[in-house]
Ligand binder design. Structure first.
Ligand code: ADE
Length: 252
């Protein structure tokens, strides 16, 4: 039986760390090496968990989460490398569909298609994504107070924007301009690349769980990605995620 609980799955410790202090009546349950934190956040029943890194970890986390906590929907937050032209560090990408860029069972099946599903692109839930889009726009117009304009400017972030479209996932951190260019060439409508989202989308499609996924752009998936990524995680990502989650919950 479904509950009124929203699952919030974070890819990184820094994001979970920013959310946990807001959790009231917190209870912690461990399963399969994962810690699930349930309670109330801004008046909503929620369960928070780290996805783990990569497609298998994320898929296992979502399957466990769904069977143990029966959430009515899932919101995934994290960071990603920007691929699309104009998708800059500090921008937010909201996935409307997701694809595994490293899925290739050709010539048996078309490249990117998940065998026996007939699909390469898995859609996010439209209504929940629309809510997250509105919450994100509000947060980008009024950045969280802990992120001063001067601090954001250090990362070259002046006018962060929301982009909506395809996010691609694979078990590889993209950290060279050549790899990034190859992905852009093969999948020209991909806005951002990360390591979990399309696996989450496939599990959610299998079990009929509505989900939305948002990613703050931490790097451009190029030769400087390994420098930009950790700094952005430590200094910016948590505050952004917290603000967008709070604004989303206020709209549900
Ligand atoms: N997450 C954040 N940046 C990324 C990148 N460059 N490649 C894959 N996942 C990422």
């Amino acid at each position: 039986m479904q509950t009124s609980t929203l699952a919030i799955v974070s890819a990184m410790h820094e994001e979970l760390r920013a959310l946990l202090p807001q959790l009231q009546d917190a209870r912690r349950v461990s399963r399969a090496g994962r810690e699930f934190h349930s309670g109330q956040m801004y008046g909503h029943p929620v369960v928070l968990v780290l996805s783990g890194v990569g497609k298998v970890s994320a898929a296992t986390t979502v399957a466990l989460l769904a069977s143990e906590f029966k959430p009515y929907a899932l919101l995934f937050t994290g960071v990603a490398g920007g691929l699309g032209a104009g998708v800059c560090v500090g921008d937010v990408v909201l996935a409307r569909e997701l694809l595994q860029h490293d899925m290739d069972a050709s010539p048996l099946f078309p490249r990117y298609e998940v065998p026996f599903t007939g699909r390469s692109r898995f859609p996010a839930d439209t209504a929940l994504s629309d809510t997250v889009a509105a919450a994100t726009t509000q947060c980008l117009d009024h950045p969280p107070s802990e992120l001063s304009a001067a601090h954001l400017a250090e990362f070259g972030i002046t006018q962060p924007r929301l982009h909506e479209g395809m996010v691609i996932s694979g078990d590889r951190f993209i950290a060279t301009s050549d790899d990034s260019a190859a992905l852009q060439y093969a999948l020209p409508d991909a806005l951002a690349v990360e390591m979990e989202g399309a696996a989450v989308a496939q599990v959610c499609a299998d079990i009929g769980l509505p989900f939305a996924l948002l990613r703050v752009i931490s790097d451009r998936a190029d030769d400087s990605a390994h420098i930009d990524f950790p700094r952005f995680m430590n200094e910016v990502a948590g505050a952004y995620t917290h603000a967008i989650v709070a604004a989303t919950l206020a709209r549900l």
